[in-house]
Design a protein around this ligand. Structure first.
Ligand code: GAF
Length: 389
């Protein structure tokens, strides 16, 4: 569904539920990370793009003061959020992403208006495509449309804080940044230390990115993510650098004897991945797809073997991609996002995208018994005000 169609649908659902037309509509996309995994919280580089899957909110002022009411169009569930005091965590669980953002605006001194909101998202849940960042950035986009614009970087940071404090996931800055700052036709090379961004054009019509959802739910709250972060911090401390961004492979080798084998492998992934990300950005700038593809495979192997955040189903998808190979139109493939399930991303020849989709779907089903969901996406725009009131 295009953003225009989705916004029209959510507006119609708002009208059905609340009995009048919405005054404001805001949207924010999910993302797929092309390369640069588990580097953001190590001050490294990431190279994600926004995808044509969005969280959308349609809203109007509410007649009852002191409350924001959010109606989830898809799950037919309504959250009522008290805003007369400080916004707190509450039920239903999904409302915490929204609550966290509302609390962030309150902390900036914004007096929240009472609102009725209809909400829907086409970002697959638990697919590692940042459905939560899309919801957070969408909420922030709606609130700023009503109460006054904020800087997009501030907005991304506010959304990240919501994820930390209200969802309990100590994520880096990648997901909220790409959702807030993505640009159509471009990847975003983000330096997570300086927060400097560079838009890397990706509009060559001969290539496409396929997102392959293993339909194995990915869950970052389980503690493995926080564990990886702690292991990286330990490695940096032992090497004697502020973060792994500052460590060279030589420094790591020198310090190898002072750390556990696991911590060493975690650091080896991160240091290699930061290098691969810069290299891939360069390859993509030059439309050197074979090199970009090889770097994607290398990223997957390191995430699988050193960082240990892959899973059997993600590995199966990458193996199928390798079997299809360059001759069959695949340049590269890797798991994307936090891991432990979720999606792979494959860089493919556009002319072969359809046959590749069919082949991956059939082979994945045969090997795992699970139906994969596969779609192509062009790099989409970041957060959008669809209706400004
Ligand atoms: C998740 C996190 F939210 C991101 O910040 C990032 O660390 C990613 O996992 C791994 O690259 O999506």
């Amino acid at each position: 569904m295009t953003l225009k169609d989705l916004a029209a649908h959510v507006a119609a659902e708002f009208e059905k539920h609340f009995g009048r037309a919405p005054r404001w509509i805001g949207a924010a996309p999910g993302r797929v990370n092309v390369i640069g995994e588990h580097t953001d919280y190590n001050d490294g580089f990431v190279l994600p793009m926004a995808i044509e899957r969005y969280a959308v909110m349609a809203a109007d002022s509410a007649s009852v003061p002191g409350k924001i009411t959010v109606h989830d169009v898809h799950f037919k569930e309504t959250a009522t959020i008290e805003i007369s005091g400080a916004v707190t965590k509450g039920q239903p669980k999904w409302s915490n992403y929204i609550r966290g953002v509302l609390a962030g605006f309150q902390n900036r001194g914004v007096k929240l208006p009472a609102l009725d909101i209809a909400f829907m998202s086409t970002v697959p849940l638990g697919g590692g495509l940042s459905s939560s960042a899309a919801l957070e950035v969408c909420t922030a986009t709606l609130i700023e449309t009503v109460t006054g614009k904020i800087d997009p970087v501030e907005k991304a940071l506010l959304a990240q804080k919501a994820e930390h404090e209200f969802a309990g996931v100590p994520c880096g800055i990648m997901d909220q940044f790409i959702s807030a700052l993505g640009r159509e036709g471009h990847l975003l090379l983000l330096d997570c230390r300086t927060r400097k961004t560079e838009l890397v054009p990706m509009s060559d019509p001969t290539v496409e990115l396929l997102v392959i959802n293993t339909n194995v739910k990915h869950e970052l709250g389980s503690g493995e993510y926080a564990k990886r972060r702690a292991e990286c911090e330990e490695a940096a401390r032992i090497v004697g650098v502020h973060s792994l961004r500052d460590a060279t492979p030589e420094q790591l080798e020198k310090a190898k004897g002072k750390m556990s084998e696991v911590v060493y492998r975690r650091a080896r992934h991160v240091i290699g991945e930061i290098e691969r990300t810069l290299h891939a950005a360069e390859a993509i700038r030059e439309s050197n797809w074979p090199t970009a593809g090889q770097l994607m495979y290398a990223s997957h192997y390191a995430l699988r073997d050193d960082y240990e955040v892959s899973c059997k189903e993600l590995d199966v998808v990458v193996e199928i991609a390798e079997d299809i190979g360059y001759k069959g139109g695949i340049y590269g493939c890797r798991m994307t996002g936090g891991g432990f399930g979720g999606c792979c991303v494959a860089l493919v020849k556009a002319s072969a995208a359809e046959s590749i989709t069919k082949k991956i779907a059939a082979d994945y089903k045969a090997k795992t018994g699970i139906e994969a969901a596969i779609f192509a996406s062009r790099p989409a725009a970041g957060a959008t005000v669809v209706k400004a009131g």
